[in-house]
Ligand binder design. Structure first.
Ligand code: ZN
Ligand code: ZN
Length: 265
């Protein structure tokens, strides 16, 4: 009866998340080689042939590089909004017409027994989205690749049990680091990526709702490290009276391996 979630890998180098129930198995993004995605699924006992959908947040290559190959190899439907389809179609290669599925932002839909709600997020892509997934009375949300949060996003996810939330960079590390100026500006911009600090501040809002579990995600390899992301977020929470481990469980995702396999409910 459980609602299951596992980050197969997460970071600027590639992203894929598994969401499932007893009878439904979907991926959010598949941005690495097909081999890596299949290996990640294998670690949690899922075969590529079990997949009933790949949901795409946006067309950046760290989210779509294996989408076309997986769809063709295992005959899996691909779900994206129309703008994202237009932006990514030429990069995916041939997709069977029957596997080309379109969703609309703010309109929920089902894949088998999982309800899915896409909502717009601010990022420098055609029409990027986050997703909330509901099964029975449990809810999981994924919010990565966004330059800032707003009240609509917070409202969409604050009744989730578990949130996968971007903690991309430490702003000081980014500023002092080797990236060229235009790239620093892009990452720090309103349509770039959430910093560790932004992530902690967003969580402060989310814990006012139902959120009791967060996985910090999409960590930069060059401008962050896991312990720093964790500590920055926990410090912000605890200096505002929210105790990690008691009020909220804070966990990490990893660039090159799967997170814990969470069973909710
Ligand atoms: Zn990304
Ligand atoms: Zn992106």
């Amino acid at each position: 009866m459980n609602f299951k979630v596992c980050s197969l890998f997460s970071g600027s180098s590639g992203n894929s998340t598994y969401i499932g129930t007893e009878k439904t198995h979907v991926l959010v993004d598949a941005g690495a080689s097909m081999k890596n995605v299949v290996a990640g699924l294998g670690q949690i006992g899922i075969d590529g042939r079990d997949l009933q959908g790949i949901l795409v947040t946006h067309e950046h290559s760290d989210h779509i590089s294996a989408v076309g190959a997986i769809s063709r190899r295992f005959h899996v439907p691909v779900y994206a909004n129309e703008e994202t389809w237009q932006a990514m179609e030429s990069k995916l290669g041939r997709i069977d017409a029957g596997n080309r599925r379109v969703f609309y932002n703010d309109m929920d839909f089902y894949i088998q027994d999982i309800n899915i709600q896409p909502f717009q997020i601010p990022h420098d892509a055609a029409d990027p989205v986050g997703f909330s997934f509901s099964y029975k009375n449990k809810k999981i949300s994924i919010v990565t690749d966004l330059g800032h949060t707003n009240s609509k996003i917070i409202k969409s996810v604050m009744d989730s049990d578990l949130v996968i939330l971007e903690a991309n960079h430490d702003a000081n590390m980014l500023m002092a680091g080797p990236y060229p100026g235009y790239l620093k500006k892009r990452i720090l911009g309103r349509k770039g990526h959430l910093s560790n600090e932004d992530s902690g501040q967003a969580l402060l809002e989310m814990v006012k709702g139902k959120v009791t579990h967060v996985l910090l995600a999409h960590l930069s390899k060059d401008n962050n490290y896991p312990q720093l992301a964790y500590q920055t977020v926990v410090d912000i929470l605890e200096s505002n009276g929210v105790q990690a481990g008691r009020d909220i469980q804070v966990d990490l995702t990893y660039r090159d391996r799967a997170s814990n396999f969470y069973h909710i409910g």
